[in-house]
Design a protein around this ligand. Structure first.
Ligand code: ZN
Length: 458
């Protein structure tokens, strides 16, 4: 007999001609019909039993939004300190400068004097919390393999933080430029491979190592837990009893690399509309990239539903020229059903380019107006909003959510020592065998029951 341990949600294929739905019993990332070639790439979506959100403020981290997370009744906890939570506030300084009456800022970073408590200083921490809760819940009675994470830096830092708290081994593959993002306020021991290449090279290396070693890939945008985890920033900004606006926003602005965060924000808006208490008009999702590397903006402006093939050499040259390295993914989930193209189209969204000069100028302006340092990716988002105000897309009384997806690095460094990581190996993208032999024997995860807690008050 199959026991459905995940009674709170099912996974549904988003392809318009496919009705497949699945219990989440095997960390499913893909529809069987897609595997069989019956339809093209399509995201799976989590469909929750509860249409109505109850914010459970007593639960740690993102798990206060447990009703709409693919983690069943479970959450991770038992740490010495609070897990990172989404944080939102109504802006006055930046709002006044931009001439906006209803500007809210989702601050996903480290600013503990004010509230935001993300030790990794990035919203990628949310996806790590949610992915671990989903994974450990599904394999509660087994000993699954650890994850191998490819990342431009912040996702790796998020997974490193959570795995370290859970005392679970983790394998991280990052490009050289991403290594500097792996900084935490305490010492950790991840297995780190550095790739002489870009983010996309790191993705390919991690895929190859996973195939040879059995290490687990968490699925990127295809992982419903990643999207749901990041979507809590939107849920919080609308529905949190103290911080939320209480209404669905007219506009949402975020800088993107893969764009998974923007897809997540859109999915969260759909849930909030279904809830019914926050309004019915969907949020327009606006995205921005750091020029000269702007493949999503280019494709969107050319009305293409596919990312144009990139000449690798020129793509790499452009990637090296940007300030916000975390925004450089050569293969974003753009054309996949319910991916970025669909989100921009359905939400009537737009896309912006922000150059390096504008990045520096916007980071400085944000610090001056809001009193906190932000990372270059966040500065890209700030400038895209300024452009939208200038071109009339956003007007004085528009309600706007600006997502600052990373910030507070300086703030954190003033508060005490921070620690980087020691890579085990640096390789070229084709040196997979060298990496596999350095990894050696892999220990499975055997302490799941120490890491999971169950919601008891449903
Ligand atoms: Zn399907």
């Amino acid at each position: 007999m199959v026991i459905n341990i995940m009674g709170e949600y099912i996974l549904k294929c988003s392809h318009p001609e496919c009705n497949a739905s699945y219990d989440d019993t095997d960390f499913r990332l893909i529809c069987d019909n897609e595997v069989k070639g019956k339809h093209g790439p399509s995201l799976l979506k989590a469909e929750y039993t509860s249409d109505r959100l109850t914010v459970r403020e007593n639960l740690p981290g993102i798990f206060q939004y447990n009703d709409w997370l693919p983690t069943g009744d479970y959450f991770i906890s038992k740490f010495k300190f609070d897990l990172g939570r989404p944080f939102c506030y109504k802006s006055s300084g930046l709002a006044k400068w931009l001439g906006l009456n209803k500007l809210y800022i989702a601050f996903s970073g480290f600013w503990p004097q004010f509230g935001p408590n993300l030790i990794t200083r990035s919203f990628k921490e949310f996806e790590a919390q949610c992915t671990y809760a989903r994974y450990l819940n599904i394999y509660q009675n087994e000993e699954p393999k650890p994850f191998i994470i490819s990342s431009a830096g912040n996702t790796a830092n998020g997974f490193n933080l959570i795995s370290s708290l859970l005392n679970i081994p983790i394998y991280l593959v990052v490009p050289e430029a991403g290594l500097e993002n792996l900084v935490l306020p305490f010492h950790t021991n991840p297995h780190v491979l550095v790739v002489k290449g870009d983010y996309t090279d790191a993705i390919n290396v991690a895929d190859s190592i996973a195939k040879q070693t059995g290490l687990m890939r968490e699925g990127g945008a295809r992982n419903v837990a990643r999207r749901s985890g990041m979507g809590t920033a939107m849920l919080n900004a609308v529905a949190h009893p103290a911080q939320g606006s209480g209404f669905i926003f007219d506009h949402y602005f975020q800088a993107i690399g893969s764009g998974t965060g923007a897809i997540a924000a859109w999915e969260a808006v759909q849930l909030l509309i279904k809830d019914g208490r926050y309004g019915k008009v969907p949020t327009r999702i606006h995205i921005a990239q750091n020029s000269p590397f702007t493949p999503v903006v280019d494709s969107w402006e050319n009305k293409r539903n596919k990312i144009a093939d990139m000449d690798e050499a020129s793509a790499k040259r452009d990637i090296e020229a940007v300030t916000a390295h975390v925004l450089t993914n050569r293969k974003p989930p753009y054309e996949i059903t319910c991916g970025l193209y669909d989100v921009l189209k359905e939400s009537n969204g737009t896309a912006y380019r922000v150059n390096n000069g504008q990045v520096f100028e916007s980071a400085r302006k944000f610090r001056e107006k809001e009193g906190i340092d932000i990372g270059p990716a966040s500065a890209v988002a700030v400038h895209s909003l300024a452009q939208a105000v200038k071109n009339g897309t956003v007007v004085r009384d528009s309600s706007v959510l600006l997502h600052i997806t990373g910030g507070g690095r300086e703030c954190q460094s003033f508060m005490g020592e921070t620690y980087g990581v020691d890579p085990m190996l640096t390789i070229y993208p084709d040196e997979i065998d060298k990496a596999v032999s350095a990894i050696g024997e892999i220990k499975s995860i055997s302490n799941i029951n120490d890491s999971l807690s169950k919601v008891t008050h449903r």
